[in-house]
Design a protein around this ligand. Structure first.
Ligand code: NAD
Ligand code: ZN
Length: 233
């Protein structure tokens, strides 16, 4: 690899798997026992808000029982020590990157611990139960607080910042993502177009594997610390 200064890291559900947070499409094709279209779309929320709110309440409660693994911690070290530009873009809605020490971090699909009030449009930190239809902490209106999560059919957050970082990066690294969900799945091609080196770290080849200069297959908890240590050497 040539001179590397600017790095963009994309992470997906696979980086949190070893922490005990199941990935999106498990071996049964389901997310924690549910079809994706029944819990992760605006239509599902309109049709059966109790089910959807309770599903995310359970995912949020689970965060208290899990912790960051060596892959999250390695990215935290990278963030603390890397002198060049770094942007960690996660598709994950858990808070394990933060707890692993990452700061130059952006949640493109939202966060479990954030609430979005449809009455006032504002977002605020949240750690309770939405299925109890709480009042918004900001405007006081009840029953209008939804998970601050980007569902299928909704627009990911902060795409301009992400595009700008990719356009100027020298290295793009994708970790634990299946490459099935756009626009994130297209980042590798944008990075190639920008002239960046591209590296994939995943348990098995993702759908976009052929677009990467290099693919290393294995567990994130092994591969990510190895890669970070090599880079910081
Ligand atoms: P995905 O479930 O579609 O793909 C996960 C990928 O990780 C797979 O390619 C799998 O081979 C790989 N993987 C599994 N275990 C691994 C390990 N130990 N080390 C390395 N790789 C491993 O997930 P995705 O691509 O992130 O897309 C799913 C969507 O699901 C995202 O939009 C995200 O918001 C949501 N989601 C988030 C979480 C979370 O926040 N932790 C969990 C489930 C789903
Ligand atoms: Zn409000």
């Amino acid at each position: 690899m040539g001179d590397i200064r600017n790095i963009v890291v994309l992470t997906g559900a696979g980086i949190s798997a070893e922490s005990g947070v199941p990935t999106f499409r498990g071996p049964d094709g389901l997310w924690e026992g549910h079809r994706v279209e029944d819990v992760a779309t605006p239509e599902a929320y309109r049709r059966d808000p109790d089910l959807v709110l309770d599903f995310y309440d359970q995912r949020r409660a689970k965060l208290a029982t899990v912790g960051p693994n060596p892959a999250h911690e390695a990215l935290g070290r990278l963030d603390a020590q890397w002198q060049g530009e770094l942007l960690i873009v996660t598709q994950n809605v858990d808070d394990l990157h933060e707890r692993g020490g990452a700061e130059r971090l952006l949640h493109m699909h939202g966060e479990l611990k954030s609430a979005w009030c449809l009455a006032c449009g504002e977002r605020h930190p949240f750690d309770g139960k939405m299925a109890a239809y709480p009042a918004c902490e900001l405007c006081g209106v009840s029953g209008q607080v939804r998970p601050d999560i980007v569902w299928f059919g909704e627009m990911p957050y902060r795409m301009e910042e992400i595009d700008a970082a990719i356009a100027t990066c020298d290295l793009f690294v994708s970790i634990g993502t299946s490459g099935a969900v756009y626009p994130a799945a297209g980042f590798v091609q944008s990075a190639r177009y920008a002239g960046a080196e591209t590296l994939e770290l995943n348990l098995d080849p993702s759908e976009g594997s052929i677009f990467f200069n290099e693919s290393r297959m294995g567990k994130a908890g092994d591969l990510v610390p190895e890669w970070v240590d090599g880079l910081l050497d």
